[in-house]
Ligand binder design. Structure first.
Ligand code: DGL
Length: 282
């Protein structure tokens, strides 16, 4: 403890600067649900939170566009910001681009995987719901997780892109029509066999940010599972023994189109509440 550890998964033998941040990346505020868990385990870790606001939402973009955008941005961010580890705190980006990003970056990369395995262990009825973006729910990555961890169970999937905007609005302090959450619940419960769902995988990092509203829409007897705590544990494992020293308040970065909207202004209280007290445009 207290020593400067050797980098894992990168250039072995290179001492890590204790101020080197963890870089958490998402298309918007969704990755803050992951940050909340990282704070619990590693409160002393310096963090840069990067939101690709100019590219939000990812869920309706093509796979090629997401892969190119995420690899390009993370390449540039890693060069400029020297993180000790990158976390793609976004299911859509991870299920599509994780392998490509790992191929080009030398720092350890932690991805976000839909929490099908823990959901399969928890369900009593054997019927699991999965809410994600349109891109995530149709990824072969999800098919593989289903085959590996949920064979013998029923996995019903529903794309709920409206919840992404709902989470963004909620963190900006704006009211959201409860019908948005009711539609997401109906999209799963209304499917053949859906009435037996007792466990729902929140396979988009935005969705845990509105879990209270979703709980109300789904009603009692349905529990939610997401990957945030597991991701935080993985980050703690990969940085075990490394020294952390926060030399300035943690930073939030937003991509922006010239002359485009500046959503981070209304997000300032939600960001500050999570220790992100500096905001800049990338
Ligand atoms: N937060 C992202 C995820 O986990 C997706 C939101 C978007 O559509 O950009 O999938």
């Amino acid at each position: 403890m207290g020593q400067i550890a050797q980098q894992q998964g990168g250039e072995t033998g290179t001492a890590i600067d204790p101020a080197a941040p963890l870089l958490l990346f998402d298309s918007g505020v969704g990755g803050l649900s992951v940050l909340d868990e990282v704070r619990r385990l590693l409160p002393q870790a310096p963090v840069i939170y990067a939101a690709d606001t100019a590219g939000l939402p990812y869920g309706s973009k093509s796979e090629a566009e997401i892969a190119a955008r995420v690899s390009g941005l993370l390449g540039r961010m890693t060069e400029r910001l020297h993180p000790r580890l990158v976390c793609i705190a976004c299911n859509t980006a991870s299920t599509i681009a994780l392998a490509a990003v790992r191929d080009v970056l030398e720092v350890p990369i932690v991805g976000t995987v839909p929490a099908i395995k823990p959901a399969a262990a928890l369900t009593q009825t054997g019927v699991i719901g999965l809410l994600g973006t349109a891109q995530t729910i149709r990824q072969a990555y999800v098919d593989r997780l289903e085959a590996e961890f949920a064979s013998g169970k029923t996995l019903l999937r529903h794309a709920a892109p409206e919840l992404v905007g709902a989470a963004e609005a909620t963190l900006r302090g704006e009211p959201v029509d409860p019908a948005v959450f009711a539609r997401a619940a109906a999209g799963l419960l209304g499917q053949p066999g859906g009435a037996a769902i007792d466990t729902v995988v929140l396979a988009c990092t935005h969705f845990p940010l509105v879990s209270a509203q979703l709980a109300q829409a789904f009603g009692p007897g349905v529990r939610f599972v997401d990957g945030a705590a597991g991701i935080a544990r993985r980050i703690a494992f990969l940085t075990h023994g490394q020294a952390f020293a926060r030399r300035e308040p943690d930073l939030a970065l937003f991509t922006a189109r010239p002359g485009g909207p500046e959503p981070w202004r209304a997000l300032e209280p939600s960001l500050a509440a999570r220790g992100l007290k500096r905001i800049t445009v990338f």
